[in-house]
Write a protein that binds this ligand. Structure first.
Ligand code: 5AD
Ligand code: SF4
Length: 358
């Protein structure tokens, strides 16, 4: 089977996906990206939706082996934005006509935290006359907590599976994680009615192309509405860093794998939301624009105040930490223009897939 035939096929097999992930020649890759962009234009439109990302706390109870803000990294100065600061950012997003925001933080599930989030969701709904969409990215919680937050007005939840291969998942996470519970969380969110987003890290030590293809099939089997996946990027103060043999090689490879994953996923799941993630930009200044060209349709500009950005470093070279939100807005708009997409302001930008499955 040749490339053209695969690109125009209805249903892709596992072997097709492996073939595409192994593409290396420039011309072939360009064909893949062009086809993925064409599918996006047809099913979603040449559009990009924004989610203003508020990374409101780097306090985390977990110790993911790859992550710069893991609990045991005592080089990080921990912060939690006040309610007032978070609401100020949400108001900024609303006034700047961002259709929705994402509230993200390290993981905590104590009562105080849950109630803090309750309150914030309520107040954001109030300050925006119920207009601003709210996506949560707050890790594993009890079903009751997911339900509470949904009832208060959050409607999308992001929880990356990180790797759909249980052994790899366990190797990335110490005993504070349970793969089965992760899957249950995703199922519970769906049952409650959230639009469910998940994703993986691409190219961490020990992961193969076959593993990544199985991640793509995992998204499909689980009928996921949104995917945010990004290249693994080394952070010095983490256990995973020790397994990285040649970081320069990994950086080049992971950018390449990251873009291919986006494009192939667009062929596999034509009507879902796919994010052009910030980690791509850590590897190439125009990494996110390249992802938009390869089929992604979501951008998540960081709108956290500058003073907190340096302490929210999950990986090295995280971009935009010196910028203010307004700089990011203009800078991104110019960048999206270069791709040929239109930024859609003032809409939630829900995944068309969600409406078809519900
Ligand atoms: N490289 C890339 N992504 C990372 N994340 C955490 N650490 C890293 C890293 N070193 C991602 C995880 C997590 C998300 C919030 O950030 O996938 O789900
Ligand atoms: Fe905490 Fe998330 Fe980092 Fe894991 S990836 S250590 S849960 S912030």
């Amino acid at each position: 089977m040749n490339l053209e035939a695969i690109l125009n096929k209805g249903e892709l097999t596992r072997d097709d996906l492996i073939y595409l992930m192994n593409l290396e020649d420039k011309e072939g890759l360009q064909k893949l990206y062009d086809r993925a962009y064409q599918v996006k234009a047809e099913y979603i439109g040449q559009k990009v939706y924004y989610r203003g990302l508020i990374e409101f706390s780097n306090v985390c109870v977990k110790n993911c082996n790859y992550c710069g803000i893991r609990k045991d990294n005592n080089k990080v100065e921990r912060f939690t934005m006040t309610e007032e600061e978070i609401l100020d950012r949400a108001k900024w997003a609303y006034e700047n006509n961002y259709g929705s925001i994402v509230l993200q933080s390290g993981e905590r599930s104590d009562k105080e935290f849950v109630e803090f989030v309750d309150n914030i969701i309520k107040k954001i709904k109030e300050l925006s006359n119920n207009e601003l969409g709210i996506t949560l990215s707050l890790g594993e919680q009890s079903k009751e907590t997911y339900q509470r937050w949904y009832d208060l007005g959050a409607h999308r939840y992001l929880l990356r599976i990180e790797s759909s291969n249980k052994e790899l998942y366990n190797s990335l996470h110490p005993d504070d994680h349970d793969f089965k519970r992760r899957l249950e969380c995703l199922a519970e969110m769906k049952e409650i009615g959230y639009q469910v987003g998940t994703g993986v890290m691409i190219g961490f030590p020990g992961q193969t192309i076959e593993d990544l293809v199985d991640d793509l099939l995992f998204f499909k089997e689980n009928d996921i509405d949104m995917v945010g996946m990004g290249p693994y990027v080394l952070h010095e103060d983490t256990p995973t860093a020790k397994d990285v043999e040649d970081n320069e090689l990994i950086k080049t490879r992971n950018l390449n794998w990251g873009l291919k994953m986006v494009a192939i996923l667009r062929l596999l799941m034509k009507d879902i939301n796919i994010a052009a993630t910030t980690a791509l930009q850590a590897l190439n200044p125009v990494g996110r624009e390249m992802a938009l060209k390869a089929g992604a349709n979501i951008l998540m500009p960081i709108i956290t105040h500058r003073k907190y950005r340096t302490e929210y470093q999950l990986y090295e070279n995280k971009p935009c930490i010196d910028e203010e939100a307004s700089d990011c807005k203009n800078c991104l708009a110019a960048r999206v223009g270069t791709v040929g997409d239109e930024i859609i302001y003032g809409e939630w930008g829900d995944s068309p897939h969600y409406f078809k499955r519900t």
